[in-house]
Design a protein around this ligand. Structure first.
Ligand SMILES: Nc1ncnc2c1ncn2[C@@H]1O[C@H](COP(=O)(O)OP(=O)(O)OP(=O)(O)O)[C@@H](O)[C@H]1O
Ligand SMILES: [Mg+2]
Length: 241
């Protein structure tokens, strides 16, 4: 069964067509990767699902519900959560305060505490640094905090926009492992990455976006082997780690 279905959406920014007729399905408890070059429309797709950007055409469905017209916070309440590109932490706030900010919709203090303890268990490094200000953390640690902040809301589907960007190879592997841990906890994951190799290794299914359209899709294992994908996205440069 599909948890999330994006049906034929198009997005324009003024005169720029950022997405054209894009359809993506994400099965319940799956990990789906979206890969593509700079400016292809990957972040636009995630922002549209999150309700931060309006589509001109098409619709977005969570289970049986059409969520296309819902506001962002209403989508968050239903479990559709975006961890944005570039982490976006409040640099002067502590790790704890940043995560607390992520839970601004959560009324129940007890529930927050329990969820926080659970996340500190998954992210021991975040737990150790809970009272440090975010700006004092390394890039990898900041990424962990951003993911923890998204997870505090118990998302049904977590959208991660380039979680490995700018990280050292060792940390890239750690983030990859973390995505798999999160998925094992029952969270469906939609992962946008320029690191195509990593994304396809840890996902079940993948979509390739080229200039606003889906150019290719398939089982991640097949995409990893495909000559078309490997010549463009796996053949060195930014995609190689
Ligand atoms: N707010 C905006 N206003 C106008 N154009 C925009 C806006 N946001 C994105 N675009 C344009 O839409 C296209 C898709 O951008 P998007 O950020 O979705 O790409 P991306 O695949 O995430 O790229 P990257 O890998 O660099 O993050 C680009 O041509 C970009 O310049
Ligand atoms: Mg982007």
């Amino acid at each position: 069964m599909n948890l999330l279905e994006v049906r034929n959406i198009s997005v324009d920014y003024g005169g720029i067509h950022a997405l054209r007729n894009v359809s993506v399905t994400i099965p319940e408890k799956g990990v789906v990767a979206i890969i593509g070059a700079n400016g292809a429309g990957k972040s636009t797709l995630l922002k549209t699902i999150a309700g931060l950007v309006a589509q001109n055409d098409g619709s977005i469905h969570l289970g049986h519900e059409d969520i296309s017209r819902l506001r962002t916070h209403e989508r968050i309440d239903r479990g559709v959560v975006l961890c944005p590109e570039g982490r976006r932490l409040f640099s002067e706030l502590t790790v704890y305060e940043n995560i607390r900010m992520g839970a601004y919709r959560m009324r129940d203090k007890q529930e927050f505490r329990e969820r926080l303890d659970f996340l500190y268990g998954i992210f021991p490094r975040v737990a150790e640094r809970r009272n440090q200000v975010a700006s004092s953390l390394s890039g990898g640690e900041q990424q962990m905090v951003a993911i923890a902040r998204s997870l505090i809301n118990k998302p049904r589907v977590l959208m991660l926009d380039e979680p490995t960007l700018g990280l050292a190879p060792k940390l890239i592997i750690e983030v990859g492992n973390l995505v798999q841990t999160i998925n094992k906890e029952g969270v469906t994951v939609l992962l946008v990455e320029q690191n195509a190799k990593l994304a396809l290794k840890i996902s079940d299914y993948g979509f390739v976006i080229e200039t606003g359209s889906i150019a290719l899709q398939g089982d991640s294992a097949d995409l990893l082997k495909s000559e078309e994908v490997s010549s463009i996205y796996l053949g060195g440069g930014k995609g190689e780690h």
